[in-house]
Write a protein that binds this ligand. Structure first.
Ligand SMILES: [Fe+2]
Length: 212
């Protein structure tokens, strides 16, 4: 009896390992296939979080296919537009070791992130108070989530303020894919330490694989 109870467990563990290993390798698709899938979604899919988040989980993107959109700058992370429709904007952001975004919001739009290369942290904040006209705010750190090829994430519409960090401890470059719905070109950035905030304009370093 003891023998019978052990074998299925071992088999299950091995099967689980192989499946996890193979599923990432087998299911990774080119960025072109990813875009074709994203373009199939109806407008309603972008007004909620779950459908696009599931699509990101089911559709990891191969690193090789991202080559035209990878652009590195030691001074600042780079934003590289891949696709844009009236419903969404898709970009690759390239993070050198130690680079991080400002703490920011998403203008009441949805945002999904996947990390086909490397690993990243999302540090979430709770916005206690904001007075944009006076440039004052109060933020509290809430939680930190790791993203990697197996773990994309969606910004919580109820608590959307966050920053993305490529910690020095990870010691590797990272690339994240961001889907914004709808497209926006300004956002509010915050300094949690100083309690200040202000609106900034967003720019792309490259568009459709070409320098701007
Ligand atoms: Fe963001």
């Amino acid at each position: 009896m003891a023998d019978r109870s052990v074998r299925p467990t071992r088999f299950a563990a091995l099967y689980s390992f192989c499946w996890d290993h193979m599923s990432t390798a087998v299911k990774a698709v080119s960025i072109q296939t990813f875009v074709a899938g994203l373009r199939q979604f109806p407008e309603a899919a972008f007004d909620q979080v779950d459908m696009v988040r599931q699509f990101l989980e089911d559709t990891p993107v191969s690193a090789d296919s991202l080559a035209p959109y990878l652009n590195w700058d030691r001074q600042h992370y780079t934003r590289n537009l891949i696709d844009r429709t009236h419903l969404y904007e898709l970009m690759a952001i390239c993070w050198e070791v130690g680079q991080a975004s400002s703490v920011h919001n998403h203008r009441d739009q949805n945002c999904w992130m996947a990390v086909p290369i490397g690993r990243l942290h999302v540090e979430n904040f709770h916005l206690v108070h904001q007075d944009l006209q006076k440039g004052r705010c109060q933020l509290e750190p809430s939680n930190t989530v790791e993203m990697n090829i197996s773990h994309p994430c969606a910004v919580d519409p109820a608590d959307p303020v966050h920053r993305v960090v490529n910690p020095r401890a990870f010691n590797q470059r990272a690339v994240s894919l961001h889907v914004y719905s709808r497209p926006f070109d300004t956002c509010v950035v915050y300094s949690p330490e100083q309690g200040t905030c202000g609106e900034i304009k967003l720019h792309f370093n490259t568009e459709y694989g070409k320098p701007k």
